[in-house]
Design a protein around this ligand. Structure first.
Ligand code: PLP
Length: 342
């Protein structure tokens, strides 16, 4: 049977969450996020970021979150700045453009945005004949598995404020970023430096669900109308509340991300020891080793993964993603199978 390293949502849901969903199944609740589980989840998340003023909403997926947050924040003529590899630029079927907003894309080797990148967009947009860049989109972790250090996020935040820009952080893989062995940023610190961000549950043990945290007061008004209009205000939002309580009442969220990272680290260290290169230096749960085509062909008979990028005629980088559910035996088997070629 093929073992899947394609993604971090190939399994269903962490058993503890499933158990609680079962236990609470016959409870009767208000709909649309007014139930006690959502309220408790909001309390726990506010506690985690040490900010009881944050507005928190639950939705079902990442693309939906990006589309709703970005379209709710921007005026019709305003645009969003992102790296060319940013998820909104590459993998959302034009959801942002569909809402009428241009994405100002900038090249970035490691998937991260810098103040210099942003300034280059501002320099190229001087008046009302062009769109007006207003929002900066970053993701943590990025699409290449890298993440923002404390000083990098702080610098971006200060820069954005000084230029009148808003900062939005896509946290589809925020658990993995914050649990990286090299991370020096806490969830609470991160929340102080952005205007709005989301915590991804889908890729870290939840059945589905993302929590949107709005920090900037100016972005809070009528957000539920935006959710409702886009079909994202779910009657059965209890499902989100129950899951986020379970994930955050005792830091299960972080333990699951630590496991995913540990599995990725074991893989990357062993592959590196054999002398292979990577397209990015990742200590999160996505790694991108460069293999010869014949090795890729052989591995693909036993493992699921994406071929991410052609490096030259004979080599490509593949993407291996680990998750809260990745089995260590599968990692060991993969390493052994790569060694055959070594
Ligand atoms: C950084 C990032 N943002 C958003 C998404 C979109 O999530 P979804 O597939 O739930 O729409 C993904 C999914 O891979 C992602 O990696």
């Amino acid at each position: 049977m093929v073992y899947n390293f394609k993604n971090d949502y190939t399994e269903g849901v962490h058993p503890r969450i499933l158990e609680t969903l079962k236990k609470t199944n016959m409870e009767q609740h208000e709909g649309y996020g007014e139930d006690r589980h959502c309220k408790e989840a909001i309390y726990l998340l506010r506690q985690k970021i040490n900010n009881f003023n944050a507005d928190i909403h639950f939705v079902s997926g990442g693309t939906q979150t990006n589309a709703i947050v970005i379209s709710s924040v921007l005026k019709p003529y305003e645009s969003v700045i992102s790296t060319t590899s940013g998820h909104i630029s590459t993998h959302e079927a034009g959801a942002i453009e569909h809402a009428g907003h241009k994405i100002n894309e900038v090249e970035s080797l490691d998937g991260k945005l810098t103040c210099k990148n942003i300034q280059s967009v501002l320099d190229a947009h001087s008046d009302e004949h062009m769109v007006k860049p207003k929002l900066v989109y970053i993701s943590n972790a990025t699409e290449t598995g890298t993440f923002y250090k404390k000083n990098e996020l702080e610098a971006l935040s200060i820069f954005c404020k000084s230029k009148g820009l808003l900062l939005y952080l896509d946290g589809a893989r925020i658990g993995s970023a914050l649990c990286s062995q090299d991370n020096d940023l806490t969830l609470a610190q991160l929340s102080q430096w952005v205007d709005v961000f989301y915590i991804g549950g889908t890729k870290n043990g939840a059945m589905l669900g993302e929590a949107i945290l709005i920090i900037n007061d100016n972005l809070k008004e009528n957000f539920r109308f935006h959710l409702k209009q886009k079909g994202a205000l779910l009657a059965k939002s209890r499902i989100f509340g129950i899951q986020f309580v379970e994930l955050f009442k005792d830091d299960l969220f972080f333990r699951l991300a630590e496991h995913a990272n540990a599995m990725a680290l074991k893989l990357s260290r062993s592959i590196e020891k054999m002398g292979y290169q990577f397209i990015s230096k990742s200590t999160t749960n996505q790694i991108f080793p460069i293999f010869k085509q014949n090795l890729i062909n052989r591995l693909s008979k036993k493992y699921g993964f994406y071929v991410w990028k052609n490096v030259d005629d004979q080599h490509s980088a593949i993407r291996l993603v680990t998750s809260w559910a990745t089995k260590e035996e599968a990692i060991d088997r993969f390493i052994t199978d790569v060694k055959v070629d070594f």
